[in-house]
Every structure is written in structure tokens, then in C-alpha cells.
Design a protein around this ligand. Structure first.
Ligand code: 48F
Length: 260
């Protein structure tokens, strides 16, 4: 066997394009590779959906790598520990009852690995810059290389067909914002527009994250921090149980739609 630079190039380009071509018409598109998006991707892929996750940055993991203020540990509460068990992330009980900690690095790397092995396809360095809406319903999304926007280049994007989109973009709720800009007043929030995130309150925030994990526009669901930012709940800081449980819930909601 001879290692040749052009054969290596062909292998990479061919494999990437194969995967891209096979993922232009999908069941579910997840925007954002933080904890909630990765967990949603894991459960949807495990259930047999054709699901793709788009992440703007080079690495997935979102706000999980840095734990709290760069201390790379996370806290999860009792209710969410079963998810880390299923995902094979090790947890350690803390002296406060019901609190567990885990390494943020082990959490991101292990959840990502489990999701990919379950069948989730991840395209990193790709930004979702718009959505396709037909007859007041999501029908796809518009993507471009992150490098294009970083360089400020004027390059037209490409499109992917998907009847469901999950906004897992965290505090920024980028997909919800796109709908609000082009169809003001059409979100299923009390005001019809984004309610905005409220002050830090972990107890309330964790509860509300789960309650607010739902469809916000026909075919568009929110998960993770995007839930409270969209429906007007508080932020919670580096406790991640709500993010994981929200990822699981959004997958269940969409699977229910498919089973109808
Ligand atoms: O922010 P992020 O980790 O979202 P999350 O799953 O988790 C929130 C927690 O990390 C933390 C918290 C809870 O304790 O408050 O903040 O809700 O990950 C969001 C990901 O989405 C990517 C972004 O780079 C990040 O990795 N992202 C955002 N906008 C886009 C995007 C976009 N338009 N296209 C692709 N990726």
C-alpha cells in the first residue's frame, strides 16, 4: 500500500459528499450541538429517524465544555442522572442530597460519541442562516459554511428539506428569531413573539425548561436554553439536568408526531 496525497484527498471529499447527498432530505434537523441538541439527536437517531445536527463551530458541545466559569465540572440533579447513566457518563454524588457532578469533557465527548454511533449525522462548521417556510409550516433550512460568514463573503447558501427543525441554539434562539423577523406575531408564545430570558433562578429555570420544551411554530420545536429564552423563563447557570431532559423530551414530542 502506498500513501498518496491525492488518494487521501479523494477519500475525504468522496465520503463527505456521499454523506451530504444522503442528508439533503431528512426527517429532523437540529440546529446547535450543545447538550440539549446532542441528546435530542441521540434519541431521534436511536428511534430510527434520519436526523442531522448542524453546528456553527468547529467543535460540538456548546456551553458544556467550560462547566461553570471555566471550572470544567457540571452539576446534574437526581431527575436527570438516569440520562447520564444511559449515555455512560460517570457521575459522582455530591454531599448535598440529589446533586451529582460529572466531568464536562467526559460529558461532551461521551454524549457525542453515543449520538453519532446511534446514527446522528453531524455537520460542524456549518451555520443555519435561514429557514424555509411553506403554507405557514417549516419545510426546510438554509445553510452555509461558517467560514463564509466569518470572512464576510457574499456567497449564496444551499438548502435542505426537513419537516421538523429543533432550535437548540441556546440563549440566542437563532431559529426562533428568524421566524419572528419574517412572520412577526406568529409564535405560539403569549405575545406571539419571543418573550426573552429572565434573571438567574435555577430552581424555576430547570422546571420551566422542561415545560417550555415544545413546538413554537408549525414544525419548529425548541430545546435547552432556547426554551426559556423563547417562552420567558429564567436562566440557570451550570446545572445541566434540564438541558438533557429537554433534549429527551423534544425527541419524544417529534417521535409522537411521526407515529400519527
Ligand atoms: O448554548 P448551547 O450549549 O445550548 P443548550 O443545549 O445548552 C445551554 C448550556 O450550554 C448553558 C446553560 C445551561 O446550563 O445555560 O448555556 O441550550 O449550544 C448551542 C450551540 O448552538 C450553536 C452554537 O455554536 C452552540 O454550539 N449555534 C448557534 N446558532 C447556530 C448554531 C446556527 N445558526 N447554526 C448552527 N449552530
Amino acid at each position: 500500500m502506498k500513501l498518496d496525497e491525492v488518494s487521501i484527498t479523494k477519500a475525504i471529499v468522496e465520503r463527505y459528499f456521499e454523506r451530504l447527498m444522503n442528508n439533503l432530505e431528512i426527517d429532523v434537523a437540529i440546529v446547535g450541538g450543545g447538550p440539549s441538541g446532542l441528546v435530542a439527536g441521540y434519541f431521534l437517531a436511536k428511534a430510527g429517524c434520519r436526523v442531522v445536527l448542524y453546528e456553527r463551530k468547529l467543535s460540538v458541545g456548546g456551553g458544556m465544555w467550560g462547566g461553570g466559569m471555566l471550572f470544567n465540572e457540571i452539576v446534574v440533579q437526581q431527575d436527570a442522572r438516569r440520562l447520564l447513566d444511559e449515555l455512560e457518563v460517570r457521575t459522582t454524588p455530591y454531599k448535598e442530597p440529589g446533586y451529582y457532578t460529572a466531568s464536562s469533557v467526559e460529558s461532551v465527548s461521551t454524549i457525542t460519541s453515543k449520538a453519532v454511533k446511534a446514527g446522528l449525522s453531524i455537520f460542524n462548521c456549518v451555520s443555519v442562516e435561514d429557514v424555509v417556510v411553506k403554507n405557514d409550516r417549516i419545510s426546510g433550512l438554509v445553510i452555509n459554511w461558517t467560514a463564509v460568514s466569518m470572512a464576510g463573503l457574499h456567497v449564496d447558501p444551499l438548502s435542505v428539506r426537513s419537516p421538523f427543525i429543533i432550535d437548540a441554539t441556546g440563549h440566542d434562539t437563532e431559529i426562533v428569531d428568524m421566524i419572528e423577523r419574517k412572520a412577526p406575531g406568529k409564535l405560539s408564545t403569549p405575545s406571539g413573539n419571543k418573550e426573552g430570558e429572565k434573571f438567574m433562578n435555577p430552581e424555576e429555570a430547570e422546571k420551566l425548561t422542561l415545560e417550555n420544551t415544545r413546538e413554537v411554530f408549525s414544525g419548529l420545536y425548541v430545546t435547552g436554553m432556547a426554551c426559556n429564552a423563547t417562552f420567558g423563563g429564567p436562566r440557570m447557570g451550570p446545572i445541566f439536568g434540564g438541558m438533557l431532559l429537554s433534549g429527551e423530551k423534544v425527541a419524544q414530542l417529534i417521535l409522537k408526531e411521526f407515529s400519527r
